[in-house]
Write a protein that binds this ligand. Structure first.
Ligand SMILES: [Zn+2]
Length: 158
C-alpha cells in the first residue's frame, strides 16, 4: 500500500514537472501537423507531379521486378512522396526554429538591457584625465594619478 502511494506521488511529481505536458502537447501538435503535410503532399503536390508526368498517379509509379503473381515492386512514387513529405516538414520546422531563435535573441537582448540598468556602476571617471576606469581603482591606469584623495574628497562632499 505504502509502496503504491510512493509510486503515485512520484508519478504526480513527474507530471507536475511540466516538461511532460510540453512533450505531450508537442506530440499532439506534431502528429496533427504531420497529417497536414502528408495531405498537402498526397492531395496537392503529388497530383500536380502526376499532371506533369502525364497523368500517372504516383502510387502507380512503380516498377515490378520480374514476373509472376506477386513480384517484388520498386515503389518510386511512394518513396518520392515520402521524400517530399520529409523535405516540406524539415522546411517548416527550420522556419519555426529560426523564428523561435530570433524571438529568443530579442528576449535575451531585452533582458540584458534591463539587467544593465539594474546593475550598479562598475566604472568611474578619473578626475584628472576623465578616462573611464574601474570603480575600485586607487590609481588611474591612463594618467597614473593617485585617486585616493579624490575618493576622500568625494566622500567628504557627501
Ligand atoms: Zn587619469
Amino acid at each position: 500500500m505504502e509502496k503504491k502511494k510512493g509510486i503515485i506521488a512520484e508519478f504526480k511529481e513527474f507530471i507536475a514537472r511540466g516538461n511532460v505536458m510540453d512533450l505531450a502537447i508537442g506530440m499532439v501538435i506534431g502528429s496533427a501537423f504531420t497529417a497536414i503535410v502528408t495531405s498537402l503532399v498526397n492531395d496537392i503536390v503529388m497530383p500536380l507531379i502526376s499532371l506533369i508526368t502525364g497523368g500517372i498517379s504516383f502510387t502507380q509509379w512503380n516498377v515490378a521486378l520480374g514476373s509472376g503473381k506477386e513480384p517484388p515492386v520498386l515503389g518510386f512514387g511512394t518513396f518520392l512522396a515520402a521524400v517530399i513529405n520529409f523535405l516540406l516538414i524539415a522546411l517548416v520546422i527550420f522556419a519555426v526554429v529560426k523564428g523561435l531563435n530570433k524571438m529568443h535573441d530579442l528576449a535575451e537582448k531585452a533582458g540584458k538591457l534591463s539587467k544593465k540598468k539594474e546593475e550598479a556602476p562598475t566604472t568611474k571617471k578619473c578626475p584628472y584625465c576623465l578616462s573611464e576606469i574601474d570603480i575600485k581603482a586607487t590609481r588611474c591606469p591612463h594618467c597614473t594619478s593617485v585617486l585616493e584623495e579624490a575618493k576622500e574628497s568625494a566622500k567628504a562632499d557627501k
